[in-house]
Design a protein around this ligand. Structure first.
Ligand SMILES: [Mg+2]
Length: 164
């Protein structure tokens, strides 16, 4: 399982994503985790900064997606922040990361192959392990703010430490 726990790329935060680099790798779609990747833990709606960022990726020609283990109500509420303009964004809640299921659903929705998709997330055991197993390009970001996470997420981070 060792190499499945290793991200293809590590960056500080989502704003360090380099569109040209991803295009050169043949990436056409970018999936994002919500909690501590796009926004702080349990943020209900995307910030203007995040909305602008997704719009910019769409303008660059990327399809984008939210792949979250959160419940539908939460993910639906979050994704509504991207309506009003013609966003190229898809959503899959209860993704069951690190299972491949959610990644396959998104590949289907985006009409892309799994190897044309990048997964961006802050957690090795869900985002990176799942993305690697699914055959996606994986990008690990530093969590935005770990101080307000519940104990079970902090515990997962503790388990991830040896792989970081
Ligand atoms: Mg997260």
């Amino acid at each position: 399982m060792g190499h499945f726990m290793k991200a293809d790329l590590k960056i500080d935060n989502i704003y360090h994503i380099n569109p040209e680099m991803l295009k050169n790798l043949g990436i056409k779609g970018i999936l994002f985790d919500i909690d501590n990747t796009l926004e702080e833990y349990a943020t209900e709606t995307p910030s203007d900064k995040t909305i602008d960022f997704i719009k910019r990726l769409n303008d660059e020609g990327f399809k984008t997606g939210i792949l979250s283990n959160a419940k539908e109500e939460r993910a639906d509420k979050f994704i509504k922040g991207f309506t009003g303009e013609d966003f190229n964004i898809y959503c899959c809640a209860k993704a069951g990361k690190p299972l491949k299921k959610g990644f396959a659903i998104m590949a289907d929705k985006m009409n892309l192959n799994l190897n044309e998709i990048a997964m961006v997330g802050d957690q090795l055991y869900t985002d990176i392990l799942g993305g690697n197993k699914a055959g996606c390009y994986t990008i690990l970001v530093n969590p935005i703010n770990v101080k307000i996470e519940p104990w079970f997420v902090r515990f997962k981070r503790f388990l991830e430490k040896p792989f970081m």
